[in-house]
Design a binder for this molecule. Structure first.
Ligand code: FAD
Ligand code: PYC
Length: 419
């Protein structure tokens, strides 16, 4: 990870046998201090990125990230790594495009290869409604300066040769949109890269440290109770994805989010066969191929609420059927592993970023099934929000109070495969 590689077979064998004992640690195993300027709860990509930008761009010297398990062990290390910015409404388009621009330079910024691969994200249309919805979104994207092409069926076939575009399919492909700058990235490298860079700036990354209580006085938040003792802080950022409402309850307020399992699975490794990301709302599935050759497959949430990181078999069955509809030749491919994460879904399929009813306590959550793509941008705008005590302009429309003002940002169409 990150250090100058030594490529001989001998060093490979030695490292395998001695369990990497002489590999340098990439971040300190920090113990919690009694107080900090700012504490981030949740060591996923969003929390780690927030801490990095707090230290790097806002000069906060005493920052900690508290993670109840290991960093990246939540949704960050469980997602299917699709990155794109083709959202409908201006507010979302600006936010996700801000993130995409950071992705384009992230490996350099962190000096860590996050394997960002702009292989193109294609959203398929199978009926007239799809065509209209996708072309509306494509035009909206272009008005916001976001690359988005509308492809004919023949262009779809040329861009992704394995897809069955024949008119005889039950859900024939009528066209697609293509965001060429979209693609995939290595999910856990994003957590490791931000952790290493944040640690180098003095951020304490504290693993195996669960927040169990949020303390407040008449002026606002004063600190946290954790499984490793109490910690004082006048600024706290909650970035706990599937457990956001649990943490909000500790601070005495409710969130309009529902926690659901979201599953994904991978096949046995194959030679390169799917060169881009393919998503279909109508057949309800998506697929890409990892650098190891595995087909990475997923679809929607399990309908029930749960905090268990696993879902039900019917969703796997439906998803497999959807993929075979698109790529009949995969019907004999073996599935190797499946897993689940817990996603926090808002009623308008958009995130919540900003202040809470408790002064000094900020929240970043509700990314649902689609927050990986936003990781760098989310961390960037949330750090500014925490540091200044006022929402970053890109975050302002995503404030919690939109659920009382009614200014919702309905992105169900853009999020739909997974939601
Ligand atoms: P997480 O990585 O979940 O981090 C939150 C952390 O908070 C966790 O590590 C957790 O342990 C910790 N925590 C919780 N409670 C406490 C506590 N009390 N004290 C301390 N720590 C606590 N998005 C995309 O953009 N593209 C995709 O292709 C995509 N695919 C997905 C596929 C699956 C199967 C899943 C599950 C999600 C997918 N997502 C995708 C969504 C994406 O993974 C999430 O939106 C994103 O990773 C959220 O990041 P995070 O850092 O906020 O959350
Ligand atoms: O948001 O692009 C996305 C996505 C794909 C799969 C899960 N989420």
């Amino acid at each position: 990870m990150g250090h100058a590689p030594r490529f001989s077979l001998w060093s490979l064998a030695r490292n395998a046998l001695n369990h990497h004992a002489d590999w340098p640690q990439q971040w300190r195993d920090a113990a919690p201090k009694p107080s900090y300027d700012a504490v981030i709860v949740g060591g996923g990509g969003h929390g780690l990125a927030t801490a990095y930008y707090l230290a790097k761009q806002h000069g906060l010297g005493r920052v900690a990230v508290l993670e109840r398990g290991w960093i990246g062990g939540g949704n960050t290390g469980r997602n299917t790594t699709i990155v794109r910015s083709n959202y409908l409404w201006d507010e979302s388009a600006h936010l996700y495009e801000h993130a995409l621009k950071i992705w384009e330079n992230l490996s350099d910024e962190l000096n860590f290869n996050v394997m960002f691969s702009q292989r193109g994200v294609m959203n398929l249309a199978h009926n007239l409604h799809d065509l209209r919805e996708l072309s509306r979104r494509a035009h909206a994207n272009r008005l916001n300066g976001i690359d988005c092409e509308i492809l004919t069926r023949e262009e779809v076939a040329a861009f992704c040769p394995g897809l069955d575009v024949s008119a005889s399919r039950r859900f024939p492909i009528m066209g697609a949109t293509l965001q060429r700058r979209g693609g995939t990235a290595r999910h856990d490298a994003v957590a490791w890269g931000y952790a290493r860079a944040a640690d180098a700036l003095g951020v304490d990354i504290v693993q195996n440290c669960e927040v169990t209580g949020i303390r407040r006085d008449a002026r606002g938040v004063v600190g946290l109770d954790t499984t490793r003792g109490s910690i004082q802080a006048r600024k706290v950022g909650l970035v706990a994805a599937g457990h956001s409402s649990v943490l909000a309850a500790m601070a005495g307020f409710r969130l309009p989010v529902q926690s659901h399992p979201l599953q994904a699975f991978v096949s046995e490794p194959l030679k390169p066969v799917v060169s881009c990301v393919v998503m279909s709302n109508a057949v309800h599935g998506y697929i890409s191929q990892s650098d190891k050759g595995e087909l990475v497959i997923g679809a929607g949430i399990d309908a029930f609420n749960s905090y268990a990181q696993r879902g039900s078999h019917p969703v796997i069955e439906d998803t497999a059927a959807a993929i075979v509809e698109l790529f009949p030749q995969f019907s004999r491919v073996k599935l190797m592993r499946m897993w689940g994460g817990i996603v926090d879904v808002c009623p308008d399929a958009s995130p919540i970023i900003g202040k809470t009813p408790v002064p000094g306590l900020f929240i970043n959550c509700g990314w649902g099934t689609g927050g990986f793509k936003a990781t760098p941008g989310s961390g960037h705008v949330f750090a500014a929000t925490i540091a200044k005590g006022e929402p970053h302009p890109l975050a302002a429309p995503f404030a919690l109070d939109r659920f009382s003002t009614g200014a919702l940002i309905d992105e169900h169409g853009a999020a739909a495969v997974a939601h």
